[in-house]
Design a protein around this ligand. Structure first.
Ligand SMILES: Cc1cc2nc3c(=O)[nH]c(=O)nc-3n(C[C@H](O)[C@H](O)[C@H](O)COP(=O)(O)O)c2cc1C
Length: 149
């Protein structure tokens, strides 16, 4: 990928868990299911190759009985675990992030370097403006709106 995507940021989306029941690893060290411990090992390899600019941490589901409690920021702990294990790696969090102050706290607390939102932008296309207001950030409106801003 890097050979052809030479001058642009290369992001890798990963699933940090399959949300299967039980522990990721047995006491004898056998891996029982996919999870964040293995993602951290995988991230080691990614870093040693040195071509990836950002890990975009999501989760997935190869386990039919999974019950995902998809609350606000429900995947952030996985992203934060990767960031903690690899502080120099640029890590983005995704997954039902909706609240500007909470989103900002993920960044300020150093849990992750970036937050990505999708569904909240569908619910509220003006989320960026909402967030700017809540966080006291200055935004520049479109030129046409400036007089009435
Ligand atoms: C119905 C649905 C299925 C999704 N499936 C996957 C998936 O298989 N793998 C993945 O990495 N992300 C998956 N996502 C996450 C999206 O790719 C995207 O990252 C996420 O919707 C953005 O976060 P947000 O919409 O919670 O703000 C899915 C999202 C939805 C709503």
């Amino acid at each position: 990928m890097r050979e052809v995507w030479t001058d642009k940021p290369l992001f890798v989306r990963i699933s940090a868990t399959d949300w299967a029941e039980g522990p990721e690893k047995a006491e004898d060290g056998t891996w029982l299911q996919w999870g964040v411990e293995q993602v951290i090992l995988w991230a080691d390899k990614m870093m040693s190759v040195g071509v990836v600019d950002l890990i975009d941490c999501s989760s997935g589901g190869n386990w039919v009985k999974q019950k995902i409690a998809a609350g606000h920021g429900y995947q952030v702990p996985f992203a934060a675990a990767i960031k903690k294990a690899h502080p120099t790696l640029v890590v983005g969090a995704v997954g039902n992030i909706v609240d500007p102050e909470i989103a900002e706290s993920y960044l300020k607390d150093g849990k992750v370097d970036l937050v990505f939102l999708a569904r909240e932008f569908i619910r509220n296309p003006h989320w960026a403006l909402t967030a700017a207001k809540v966080l006291g950030a200055k935004v520049k409106p479109a030129n046409q709106y400036e007089r009435a801003w």
